[in-house]
Ligand binder design. Structure first.
Ligand SMILES: Cc1ncc(C[n+]2csc(CCOP(=O)(O)OP(=O)(O)O)c2C)c(N)n1
Length: 644
């Protein structure tokens, strides 16, 4: 693909020299560059196409080598990457060693904060703005944050707005309002924004009146001013403007966020406001310029790409079901039998598959918006009223609700709530902001939590049903991956064992007296099983255990396995520090046993960058081949020891 205008911009500042009559052409190049890359690599097409003009305008109005542009979530920053001279690498977006799908400071100084989670950018921008005020050389720097209407519904965004109104400095917030989160935005704010968006009457009335007044000689301009003022005031009474002005913001808008000239003139006006934060309300269209059938009519990309891509499982050859889809199927069955079951999502109905549940049970489903902390509090309330809430949530986003897990659930002692934790483990191309690395470690510390992970669809089904019978808090984690073939484990090992609280499932027991035991949790069972097969082909027979529980752990079986094997390898797709491996070490230590026999293989104490999930598993030594290597290495070491 040729990008003649983009290639002429050697440094981002050169953009300002681009003649106005070339702007539309450049914007078209940016859109093509985005679409071409997403077509190949997946990514957030809709939000990025919708934000091109706003980002272009920011580059025109601000000096972004001095001023700061912060992206909320960061999933809409592609135009910014392209305009900051990264368009050549853009075709490797989200690939191993390629560009990240989010702002990333290591890539460019124009990326201020690394992104991924929602509702954070007003806080960080306000902090920076205040920080600059401490240094006389930096007080003139502008700090701008670009926030979507979905992200604006998050608690942290509201907290930051509240604080910004109090601080009274010239923070600029651009509300990119496309009336969509991933699905349509939820809640009262969304409704107010939407009403305003559809209030064509107001906009037309104002424009028509002013155009006519302008024609009246002399008096026209005075009247125009008064009419403008009156209509502005009238609009404020029942509009989101009221919310933002009450909080202390200067509200500008609504403007057409896809009209570059309108955005530029509004940004220039915002720069002049000195003692108040400004909120620019920009209406944009998600996916604008998107041609689903390409220029020549060929289908280039599925419509879902207007939202973040669903759990596309690139590494798997067969069209197998994902854990997410299976979990929702199980919930639908369960719901028919148990009228107390209620499901909750925090704006991730599509990603978790819960939209399919809503189609069948709309009254047993809540989407609370991008508000995980609220979702946990809300679930606690549902449970306290006798229902069985099941919160379907990505592991990384549940982190938002750490204190609510403690205060609204654990502290209450009898609030049985279920978390179905999706994307638990490595997630592939979204990278470190989205890995579900920490849930085992941060849930294991709480009393009365039961932590489970299925090895396959049958386990998942049994675990969800089992969780609804337990009178406590339960977390079931599963990966961003397909479910193993339903006969896989039956074919290779004996019949699956009944699910009993705190009991693991021994799939194969070696007769080798100097044997090694693989103690695998959830998604690691399939990798361990593949390794088991490869090892068997080489004449090495290891014990294979499906741990099933990370809390309570199966101390009895572990003790037995410990005494019957030369070495125990714990495998988990979660952070090594504090995870299941730590739990095993703690228990063995408590029993006074030598923990030197135990090897813990899990996620490292560092960030794992974007790549495919399979590449990441390999990088972390968690794929079947790496497990084989570890077993052989231990065998060798043990043999050498015996020789000495
Ligand atoms: C804390 C958190 N929860 C959930 C998500 C998943 N997520 C990514 S983008 C998005 C929608 C954001 O909507 P909006 O801010 O309106 O931006 P748009 O995509 O519409 O431009 C969601 C829910 C997230 N990134 N962070």
């Amino acid at each position: 693909m040729d990008y003649p205008l983009l290639s002429s911009i050697i440094v981002p500042e050169a953009l300002k020299k681009l003649p106005q009559d070339k702007w539309a052409e450049l914007i078209e190049e940016v859109r093509t560059c985005i679409t071409e890359s997403v077509k190949k690599n997946g990514g957030h097409l809709g939000p990025n196409l919708g934000a091109v003009e706003i980002i272009f305008a920011c580059h025109m109005v601000f000096n972004l080598n001095q001023d700061r542009l912060l992206f909320d979530v960061g999933h809409q920053c592609y135009a910014h990457k392209i305009l900051t001279c990264r368009y050549r690498e853009f075709n490797r977006l989200r690939q191993k060693n390629g560009l990240s799908g989010y702002p990333y400071k290591k890539e460019s100084d124009y990326d201020v904060f690394r992104g991924g989670h929602a509702s954070t950018a007003i806080s960080t921008a306000l902090g920076m703005r205040c920080g600059f005020d401490f240094d006389k050389d930096q007080t003139k720097k502008f700090v701008v944050s670009l926030v979507g209407d979905g992200a604006m519904t998050g608690g942290m965004a509201f907290e930051a707005l509240n604080h910004a109104g109090h601080i009274k400095n010239n923070l600029i917030v651009i509300l990119n309002d496309n009336s969509m989160s991933i699905s349509p935005t939820i809640g009262g704010l969304a409704k107010a924004l939407n009403n305003f968006r559809h209030n064509q009457f107001y906009t037309h009335l104002k424009k028509g009146l002013i155009d006519r007044l302008k024609k009246i000689p002399k008096l026209g301009h005075k009247l125009e001013f008064m009419v403008n003022l009156t209509l502005e005031e009238a609009s404020r009474i029942a509009s989101p403007a009221q919310l933002f002005t009450v909080l202390g913001f200067d509200y500008m808008g609504p403007i057409n966020g896809n009209d570059v000239h309108e955005v530029i003139s509004t940004l220039k006006a915002a720069k002049k406001v000195k003692v108040k934060p400004v909120l620019i309300h920009a209406l944009t269209q998600k996916g604008i310029g998107f041609r689903p059938h390409g220029k020549n009519g060929e289908t280039i990309i599925g419509p879902h790409a207007l939202s973040p891509p669903k759990a596309k499982i690139k590494s798997d050859k067969s069209p197998m079901l994902s854990y997410s889809v299976t979990a929702v199927d199980v919930l639908k069955q369960l719901c028919k039998k148990n009228e107390k079951v209620i499901t909750i999502t925090a704006a991730m109905a599509e990603g978790t598959g819960l939209n399919k549940f809503e189609e069948v049970f709309p009254h047993r489903y809540f989407d609370v918006g991008i508000c995980e902390a609220h979702a946990v509090g809300f679930s606690a309330g549902l449970a306290a009223s006798g229902l069985k809430p099941i919160f379907m949530v990505y592991s990384t986003f549940l982190q938002r609700a750490f204190d609510q897990i403690f205060h609204e659930l654990v502290l209450q002692q009898n609030i049985p709530t279920i978390f179905c934790i999706d994307r638990a483990g490595l997630v592939g191309d979204d990278g470190p902001s989205h890995h579900g690395s920490y849930d085992i470690a941060y849930l294991r510390i709480f009393p009365n939590f039961v932590l489970m992970a299925p090895k396959d669809g049958e386990d998942l089904k049994n675990m969800i049903a089992f969780a609804t019978q337990l009178n406590t808090m339960v977390a079931i984690r599963y990966p961003r991956s397909s479910i193993p073939d339903r006969n896989y484990f039956k074919k290779n090992y004996k019949k699956s064992q009944k699910l009993i609280l705190g009991k693991s499932e021994v799939l194969f027991k070696t007769k080798d007296k100097k044997g090694i035991c693989l103690y695998a949790y959830g998604s690691m069972v399939i990798e361990a099983s593949k390794a088991w097969k490869m090892l068997a082909e080489d004449g090495i027979h290891v014990t294979l255990v499906n741990a099933r529980f990370a809390k309570p752990i199966d101390v009895g079986t572990l003790r037995r396995l410990y005494s019957q094997h030369q070495s125990l390898i714990v495998l988990e797709e979660g952070i090594k520090r504090g995870g299941l491996g730590s739990a095993v070490l703690e228990e063995l230590n408590r029993l006074g046993l030598d923990t030197g026999k135990v090897l813990v293989k899990g996620l490292p104490d560092q960030l794992v960058e974007h790549a495919s999930r399979q590449e990441q598993l390999q990088e972390c030594g968690l794929d079947s081949r790496s497990i084989v290597k570890s077993v052989k290495l231990i065998k060798k070491k043990l043999a050498n020891k015996r020789k000495k």
